[in-house]
Ligand binder design. Structure first.
Ligand SMILES: [Zn+2]
Ligand SMILES: [Zn+2]
Length: 376
């Protein structure tokens, strides 16, 4: 967490070198030398933070030490921040802070007053269809950050190795703009010091991620988006009451089953021969697989009912259950070749039109012939 100041102010070259905008060439060179001793990566055992700081300082020095470039830079700075060139009383003493020793680091996140109550955690939880319909227990991983133990949230265990930021002189903020408002210091990111020796446990953030598995009770016929709350399953603060865990159910649909009332519906495709000659077909249930006998001559759309394999009728686990309604349909092959079409026409002719009783009855009921004018 950073300071509440949302505005980040990238310091100009003079601020980076810790000198006043009217500093002489000699002062600028001396400042660069002094800063190099602190931030040169060789001096800091290859610290990435030091290297990044040094790059900014070196590039500022490269521009200000060249008279023509400095003149251009001053013009640009004047346009960007007219008050900047006249108003910086602190600049004269900016580098003095490098000689002060940091003994205590500002905590990046202010402790909440009386923070005895842990926060509630909201976790999206994917729930398989069968578990959601039958109910039961599921495990939800609750993740949250806690203050790092080795550094106690300060981000370092060696505070004296982290220099005070000379750009903001430890304040973490810089005055900027025409109204001289406080903005977050872009050199130290509002910390007030540079973390050259970050804590190895938390990498300098002062916080570490922790998690625990929480058992969540799922009621039968649980819906997508349901909020399942577990008291005390949330964030735990030392010496405080834990918050709650709120698992938000993301129902994973079943590829073949859907709920309707107290029943489940499964649509099962049959081949022609299975429909004509009869077959044993597998049907998925919430728990396993059931085998269904399809009698010979089964028309598409016929429904079979497997009792006791639907949804729990009351809201209780283990309650009486509805049925599993199996609806069959005929799987029609696509892209039949001419010889296959001819074979089917021949079979239909052999069966005779009267064998297709429903098609014949339908035609007879509607009755009319297609007018020849609309034929294409
Ligand atoms: Zn700073
Ligand atoms: Zn730490």
């Amino acid at each position: 967490m950073s300071t509440p100041l949302a505005d980040l102010h990238v310091p100009d070259h003079y601020r980076l070198l810790g000198v006043a905008p009217r500093a002489t060439d000699v002062q600028i060179k001396a400042a660069y030398r002094k800063l190099s001793r602190v931030y040169h990566p060789d001096a800091q055992g290859g610290s990435v933070v030091a290297e990044n700081c040094f790059k900014q300082i070196a590039s500022a020095y490269a521009e200000l030490s060249d008279p023509a470039k400095r003149l251009n830079y001053d013009r640009m700075l004047m346009l960007r921040d007219p008050l900047r060139l006249v108003d910086d009383p602190r600049a004269e003493r900016a580098l003095d802070v490098l000689d002060t020793v940091v003994t205590r680091l500002r905590k990046r996140q202010a402790a909440l007053p009386n923070a005895v109550q842990g926060r509630d955690l909201r976790v999206e939880h994917p729930l398989p269809f069968a578990k959601a319909m039958l109910g039961g227990l599921t495990i939800v991983r609750a993740e949250y950050t806690v203050s790092c133990t080795p550094c106690r949230g300060a981000g370092t265990v060696e505070p004296t190795r982290n220099p005070v930021c000379h750009v903001c002189q430890g304040a973490g903020t810089l005055k900027t703009g025409l109204r001289r408002h406080d903005a977050r210091c872009g050199f130290c990111d509002g910390r007030g010091n540079l973390l050259l020796a970050p804590c190895a446990s938390c990498g300098g953030s002062g916080q570490v991620l922790t998690s625990r598995d929480v058992e969540v009770s799922v009621p039968p016929r649980c819906r997508d988006g349901a909020h399942l709350r577990v008291r005390g399953g949330g964030e735990v603060l030392a010496g405080g009451r834990p918050g709650d865990l709120i698992a938000v159910v993301r129902l994973q649909p079943h590829p073949f089953l859907r709920a309707e009332g107290d029943d489940l519906i499964c649509q099962v495709p049959l081949t022609w021969s299975e429909a004509v000659a009869g077959a044993r077909v597998p049907v998925p249930t919430l728990e396993s697989t059931q085998w269904l006998t399809v009698p010979p001559g089964t028309p598409p759309g016929r429904e079979f009912r497997i009792s006791g394999h639907g949804l729990p009728i009351s809201g209780n686990i283990g309650a009486k259950r509805g049925g599993l309604r199996v609806q069959v349909f005929i799987d029609m092959p696509a892209d039949l070749g001419p010889s296959q079409v001819a074979a089917i026409l021949a079979l239909e002719a052999q069966l005779g039109a009267q064998r297709f009783t429903r098609a014949v009855a339908y035609r007879a009921a509607i009755g009319s012939q297609e007018p020849s004018s609309s034929a294409t």
